[in-house]
Design a protein around this ligand. Structure first.
Ligand code: GLA
Length: 397
């Protein structure tokens, strides 16, 4: 079935379910925001460096109708047991009971704080086809999707970059996760067949055509619970900030992304602790690898691109220490498979998933072999998804 037909069927099904939950009639609108996977440039976004994510053709659908009052009613087809969760525009505060609706509510809160009024409440039905727990940023997808919905429903003058910032602000200050802007930008700026070159200081972005030839992107989910992930993430951020402060004693840099590998080597002794030195080395070298990976992509040198992905994993494993046995097993066994152009962990780490560029004909054997190696070594199964790049967030109806 072609994509347009499948999408039309999905929209029709969700509209019907919406009417079943919230009643018929009125101006019902449908929106979509993709998920994302980062090809290279990990833990660089909060260090002023570069990353290279792609938006996917899976994501989150929103069916929405304005209400005459200020009530919010949410239903997720992914969490049907939670039923309709109610809230109000007059009480946009985080609560445990609000469950997943803390994501859209956080964006509404941040949207208003950014100066855009929301005059009426909404009934909202959500459905996401990002595989559960796959690490493909379902929360940022919900955030950016809520942002474009609010823009369209309220007529606010806000562009996609601002919507990404609002999403990040909500995640940081409403949901308490200290993330950078990578995920929200990757989703907001998504375009089929394109990767997004994103640099955070100075802030800049541009699309880079992604021509993988006869290869495709395979995501492997470790199915490891993140556990301490968020606190470790904040710990890495703090380590990098401290290392930056030490380097600033003898350089005039404003972020770790300002340094070349050679400049870093010349000044690394300014960082007192060996651990912080390794953290900073990763931030610097990963930024350089990402710049090289962009050039390799532009030159059509996929072999080089893959080598840089592999080197990224080694740096995340040894210098940044955010991989762990699950991600290392997935990646190191991927490297041994025929047809693998590059493999690395992607996202925050500490569990989550890996991204692999694999020749199409070799994908079945890749999944079979990496899957059984993982099961033998770790004791539970990984999940594999072959993914496609896709369009950015938009109104479907
Ligand atoms: C998470 C964060 C991003 C980024 C990555 C690591 O996905 O949300 O902002 O820092 O980790 O590259």
């Amino acid at each position: 079935m072609d994509t347009t037909k499948r999408e039309a069927e999905t929209v029709a099904r969700l509209e019907k379910n919406f009417s079943g939950k919230f009643g018929e009639g009125g101006d019902i609108r449908v929106y979509f925001a993709p998920g994302r996977v980062n090809l290279i440039g990990e833990h660089t976004d909060y260090n002023g460096g570069a990353s290279l994510p792609v938006a996917l053709d899976v994501g989150t659908y929103f069916v929405v109708r304005e209400r005459p009052d200020r009530t919010l009613r949410f239903f997720s087809e992914n969490f049907p047991d939670e039923g309709i969760i109610e809230g109000s525009l007059d009480d946009l505060t985080w609560s445990k009971e609000a469950s997943w609706t803390n994501y859209p509510k956080g964006v509404m809160w941040a949207f208003e704080k950014d100066g855009h009024g929301i005059p009426h409440g909404f009934d909202i039905l959500v459905w996401g086809n990002i595989p559960n727990g796959s690490g493909l940023s379902s929360s940022a997808s919900v955030e950016v999707g809520t942002g474009i919905m609010l823009k369209d429903m309220t007529g606010a003058d806000v562009d996609l970059e601002e919507i990404a910032r609002i999403g990040q602000y909500a995640e940081n200050n409403f949901n308490g996760v200290n993330c950078g802007i990578l995920d929200q930008m990757a989703i907001a700026m998504g375009a089929p067949g394109q990767a997004l070159y994103l640099r955070t200081a100075p802030f800049a972005y541009e699309h880079v055509p992604l021509d993988l030839g006869d290869a495709r992107i395979v995501v492997a989910s470790s199915n490891k619970k993140r556990g301490l992930g968020d606190s470790k993430y904040n710990e890495r951020r703090a380590e990098c900030e401290e290392a930056l402060g030490e380097l600033q004693q003898e350089t005039s840099i404003s972020s770790l992304g300002d340094l070349s590998n050679e400049e870093f080597a010349a000044h690394e002794q300014a960082i007192a602790s060996p651990v912080r030195r390794r953290r900073a080395r990763h931030a610097v070298s990963e930024n350089q690898r990402t710049l090289e990976a962009c050039s390799a992509l532009r030159d059509g040198d996929l072999g080089k691109f893959g080598e840089l992905m592999n080197a990224s994993h080694v740096s995340l494993r040894d210098d940044y220490e955010v991989t762990g046995p699950e991600l290392d097993t997935l990646v190191e066994s991927a490297w041994e498979q025929p047809g693998v152009i590059g493999a690395r962990m992607t996202g925050a780490g500490f569990g989550g998933c890996t991204v692999n560029i694999v020749r199409e004909q070799d994908i079945p054997a890749f999944i079979e072999n990496v899957g059984s190696k993982y099961l033998d070594t770790i004791g539970y199964a990984a999940d594999f998804f072959t993914v496609n790049t896709g369009e950015g967030p938009r109104r479907l109806k």
